[in-house]
Design a protein around this ligand. Structure first.
Ligand SMILES: Nc1ncnc2c1ncn2[C@@H]1O[C@H](COP(=O)(O)OP(=O)(O)OP(=O)(O)O)[C@@H](O)[C@H]1O
Length: 270
């Protein structure tokens, strides 16, 4: 059971006084396992925070908790000033899962039209919907595929349709679960440029998971995870300096070794 903070969702005036995400003693149990153990962290607004760690360390579980789709969440988890899962957050968060959620028998534009109609219904909004759909398709560089059936696209192109859906409502917080998996280096670079544009131009907060450590260098901040715990919460520069490492990957390995030597991951982060 979640210990929700008391009181109503934040007022607009308080919007930038709170972090995008604030977790205290956050614990999630999945089946027989404790997938997240007693996490304390904040995600600052307007920046890209990378969530990195090996397969199975709990990245997707943490993202699911933040967007409010994860059961058995204990502790405190506030998102944009409201308890995670609060109905007022639905239109303020964009979430892209690892499995692209697109309709194969619709074109790219029809997929976006469908979700746009849910987000912004009514005949009066038709012009705005059309403009938002065209912009979102352009954002993910799929304009030349707008009339192609989603079922005929490559895996990477389908992932970008999902991302375009998440961009439709101009969300304040974008939660992207491994958005660059399976993409070629050029597309990966283009998508990271897009993520930086979204943060800089719209002031949006992005939480992006990856298990590819070279992507860590592209983030403003990092949450490094291992076995359901947070090993480090810092900037890439500070992590490299603190561990006297050349890369974030080397810093991560250094912290893992420290954690093993100390008999637990929490000690290493201090
Ligand atoms: N549906 C589920 N039921 C029970 N346990 C699960 C379920 N999904 C994941 N888990 C467990 O929760 C833990 C965290 O999994 P999670 O998917 O969050 O990791 P991840 O870091 O996102 O991994 P990956 O990078 O491979 O996607 C793992 O031990 C996993 O086995």
């Amino acid at each position: 059971m979640m210990n929700y903070s008391p009181g109503p969702p934040e007022k607009e005036t308080a919007a930038h006084q709170t972090p995008a995400v604030r977790a205290q003693a956050l614990t999630v149990v999945r089946g027989p396992r404790t997938a997240l153990r007693d996490l304390d962290f904040t995600v600052p607004r307007g920046q890209i925070t990378g969530l990195l760690g090996p397969s199975g360390c709990g990245k997707s579980t943490l993202m699911r908790a933040i967007v409010g789709t994860q059961a058995k969440v204990a502790g405190t988890l506030d998102v944009l000033g409201s308890p995670a899962g609060h109905p007022s957050l639905r239109t303020r968060i964009g979430y892209v899962t690892q499995a692209p959620s697109v309709y194969d028998d619709l074109t790219v534009r029809q997929n976006l039209d469908y979700f746009a109609a849910i987000l912004d219904p009514g005949r009066a909004a038709a012009g705005r919907r059309h403009a938002n759909v065209t912009r979102a398709i352009d954002d993910v560089d799929l304009t030349t595929y707008a009339d192609a059936l989603a079922g005929n696209l490559s895996g990477g192109q389908r992932s970008r349709v999902s991302l375009a859906v998440a961009l439709l409502g101009t969300p304040e917080l974008l939660v992207l679960d491994e958005p660059t998996v399976g993409l070629d280096p050029v597309l990966r670079r283009d998508l990271w440029n897009l993520f930086h544009d979204i943060a800089a131009q719209r002031g949006a907060t992005l939480l992006i998971s990856s298990h590819v450590m070279d992507e860590a260098e592209r983030c403003h901040r990092l949450l490094l995870m291992r076995e359901g715990e947070i090993l480090a919460d810092d900037t890439p520069d500070a992590l490299r300096t603190r561990t006297r490492s050349d890369t974030v990957e080397a810093a991560f390995l250094h912290l893992v070794d420290e954690a093993i030597a100390a008999g637990g991951t929490k000690e290493a982060a201090r």
